[in-house]
Design a protein around this ligand. Structure first.
Ligand SMILES: [Zn+2]
Length: 299
């Protein structure tokens, strides 16, 4: 069925575990030039040093950015035709989901990676997709159209968002680096996202991975409407997960976000037209993996 909208088939997770690891290797193994980390782990290998470890992190088209709506260009996407269901709201191809993960701050500090008009949000989810012509993210990372990432902000609400119960329960099993748990759940990824009528408002720009090697291979789609979670749910991310492995000196996983990068000559596009399709992930298992990022692998 042809649908107008983003309709990125993030339910078609076709990639195997080793591919996922390339995105999520722990500190010390991903950057070509040496160890990388967040400053809350070790100030000497935090984001300010990443460009020393991998020159791409010093590039002109890095992510995240501040989405300044005053400078965004309205993109009415009049060229979207009947093939929207495969190209997805102006994306140049079909992209398959690899994994999703979160960035957050600390108990009294925000931690989204992107900002909207200079405002940082408490947390951000990234749903990482790869162009369907690739099977290895290393290859996709060399293509400016190789990856597509959906980003959503979070806001604190008065009530729990019960759609997050499965993930938050799972956090208790993955407190330390290297832990994993198979949630073995039939789980709707779209249940984590804002309701479909709110998915028409997003911003798009060309950027990079936000961890080393910072490949400038990502078409970013950052949604305007934040996802509500309660303060206790946010606290479950901020306070119960650790960078450190079990038995090591405890280092809480906090402030696992990269600061905003210069926009430079890039253009941000805004769209209010598209809508997003929804659907269930078919009977998949979800594994929480702890690396510098808390990631959830789509099997
Ligand atoms: Zn991310």
């Amino acid at each position: 069925m042809a649908r107008r909208g983003i309709n990125m088939p993030f339910l078609r997770a076709a990639l195997s575990f080793p591919v996922l690891l390339l995105l999520l290797l722990p500190p010390g193994t991903e950057a070509s030039g040496g160890t990388w980390c967040y400053a809350t782990q070790d100030a000497t290998c935090g984001p300010a040093h990443w460009k020393v470890l991998d020159h791409q992190c010093g590039g002109a088209n890095q992510s995240p950015i501040n989405v300044d709506r005053k400078t965004a260009r309205r993109n009415m996407q009049v060229n979207l035709g009947s093939d929207i269901s495969v190209s997805g709201a102006g994306l140049p191809a079909v992209y398959n989901a690899l994994q999703f993960h979160f960035h957050w701050g600390k108990p009294n500090g925000n931690g989204s990676e992107h900002q909207l008009d200079g405002n940082q949000y408490p947390m951000e989810i990234h749903i990482v997709h790869m162009h369907s012509k690739y099977t290895d993210i290393k290859d996709a990372a060399t293509d400016p159209n190789g990856l597509a990432v959906l980003g959503f902000f979070y806001k604190v609400s008065d009530t729990d968002n019960t759609n997050y119960n499965t993930i938050i329960d799972g956090l208790q099993s993955v407190s330390y680096s290297g832990d994993s748990v198979d949630l073995a759940s039939t789980f709707r990824l779209d249940s984590l996202l804002p309701s479909e009528n709110l998915l028409s408002r997003y911003y798009r720009y060309r950027g990079s991975l936000t961890t080393p090697g910072c490949a400038e291979a990502v078409i970013w789609t950052v949604f305007e409407d934040p996802i509500p979670i309660s303060s206790s749910q946010l606290s479950a991310f901020v306070n119960s997960v650790h960078f450190s492995a079990s038995g090591q000196t405890e280092v809480k996983m906090q402030d696992n976000f990269r600061p905003v990068q210069a926009l430079n000559r890039r253009r941000i596009y805004a769209s209010k037209q598209a809508s997003m399709s929804s659907g269930a992930i078919p009977a998949l298992s979800i594994v929480l993996l702890l690396f510098p990022l808390l990631a959830i692998r789509l099997l």
